[in-house]
Design a binder for this molecule. Structure first.
Ligand SMILES: *[C@@H]1O[C@H](CO)[C@@H](O)[C@H](O)[C@H]1NC(C)=O
Ligand SMILES: *[C@@H]1O[C@H](CO)[C@@H](O)[C@H](O)[C@H]1NC(C)=O
Ligand SMILES: *[C@@H]1O[C@H](CO)[C@@H](O)[C@H](O)[C@H]1NC(C)=O
Ligand SMILES: *[C@@H]1O[C@H](CO)[C@@H](O)[C@H](O)[C@H]1NC(C)=O
Ligand SMILES: *[C@@H]1O[C@H](CO)[C@@H](O)[C@H](O)[C@H]1NC(C)=O
Length: 309
């Protein structure tokens, strides 16, 4: 069975300048070439496949509540932010949909209430301000996804994502300067009913400085894994000094998991090398081996819609 891989070049935001133009293979082309094709590929800043020309994201403007979609400038390229700038000129825009480029239709949309209610009418979460996370990618201005507390996206009926103890890998690019210690800024695999259904029912990337469950060296922010009922930074619950405070301007965050084994990796998205911060067994507490992954996808919230980060 293929590993299941999520892709995001955006949460909290993305890439800054990279010195050379995007090369022939996009990130999901590389995953596909290694036999682990992406099953969800989210980015508001760029195509993740060299052949992708479809929608990256949809914005809604406040002046008349109409929407438009933003596509890459050309196949495989960065987003055409001019389309957003023109559409949103003189008004505010919110990001309503982050499209899945993998072909599986795993779009991310406004998260609804779960174990925790959102701050909007009906208990929904907020949508991200479309202009709050500008970032230059290949010398072109694009927009990432600005997550403030209360903002969240979700897909509770994802196609092809890992369930149970199946393996998966995920990565995201974060703005290292934008984080907090609340629970929980996550991107990854979560409960399909938006409630806390127990240990091991999630496997998502966490980024921030929460010390409530786990922590790493220094003051954070750290990359940790939200495995439900705990953020984990290494072999044991609590502090694991092998998980460093991130200092690059932007951070590549990777969490991978397979039966009784998981890993955290991180690096500078502008230079390409990753370091391993943990690679070992699942937590010894009950519920984590085997895992009970459910396969929903979340961005900016915890699996039970915790919205404090
Ligand atoms: C685009 O590239 C992906 C992976 O590199 C491949 O699986 C897919 O078939 C390609 N799509 C088209 C329309 O060529
Ligand atoms: C847009 O939709 C919101 C929510 O339904 C509504 O409150 C608002 O009046 C609408 N604005 C316009 C300009 O139609
Ligand atoms: C980018 O979007 C603008 C506004 O919609 C459009 O005029 C322009 O042709 C687009 N650029 C490309 C390369 O598609
Ligand atoms: C899941 O996605 C695959 C690939 O696009 C498609 O063939 C399949 O029909 C989808 N399954 C469901 C239940 O939508
Ligand atoms: C959206 O973000 C921009 C840039 O930070 C800011 O100027 C604008 O006021 C924000 N809009 C809303 C509705 O908060």
């Amino acid at each position: 069975m293929f590993s299941r891989l999520y892709l995001l070049w955006a949460a909290g935001l993305s890439l800054c300048l990279i010195a050379s133009p995007l090369v022939a293979a996009g990130p999901c082309d590389l995953y596909a070439a290694w036999g682990t094709p992406c099953v969800a590929a989210h980015s508001t800043t760029r195509a993740l496949y060299n052949n992708y020309t479809g929608p990256l994201y949809e914005v809604k403007r406040q002046s008349d509540n109409t929407t438009t979609t933003v596509t890459p400038l050309s196949a495989g390229a960065v987003a055409n932010a001019t389309a957003q700038d023109e559409f949103c000129s003189g008004t505010n825009c919110l990001i309503t949909v982050i499209f899945d480029q993998s072909g599986r239709g795993n779009q991310l949309r406004q998260a609804g209430p779960g174990g925790f209610r959102g701050s909007e009418a009906g208990g929904n979460d907020k949508l991200a301000n479309a202009t709050a996370a500008p970032v230059f990618l290949s010398g072109k201005k694009t927009y990432g996804v600005f997550i403030s507390p209360g903002t969240g996206y979700r897909n509770n009926a994802a196609n092809g994502t890992a369930t149970g103890d199946e393996p998966q890998g995920m990565y995201a690019i974060f703005d290292r300067t934008h984080y907090n210690s609340g629970c929980c800024f996550d991107y990854g695999n979560a409960e399909t009913n938006s409630k806390d259904t127990g240990n091991g029912h999630m496997e998502a990337i966490y980024f921030g400085s929460s010390k409530y469950w786990g922590s790493g060296a220094g003051k954070g922010p750290w990359i940790m894994a939200d495995l439900e009922n705990g953020l984990f930074s290494g072999a044991s619950p609590g502090n694991n000094p092998g998980d460093p405070t991130n200092t690059y301007r932007f951070v590549t965050a990777v969490v991978k998991g397979e039966p009784n084994k998981w890993a955290i990796r991180g690096g500078d998205p502008t230079s390409g090398l990753l370091s391993t911060f943990y690679d070992g067994a699942r937590p010894a507490k009950s519920g984590y081996s085997p895992m009970h992954k459910e396969g929903a996808i979340i961005l900016g919230i915890g699996g039970d819609n915790s919205i404090s980060a």
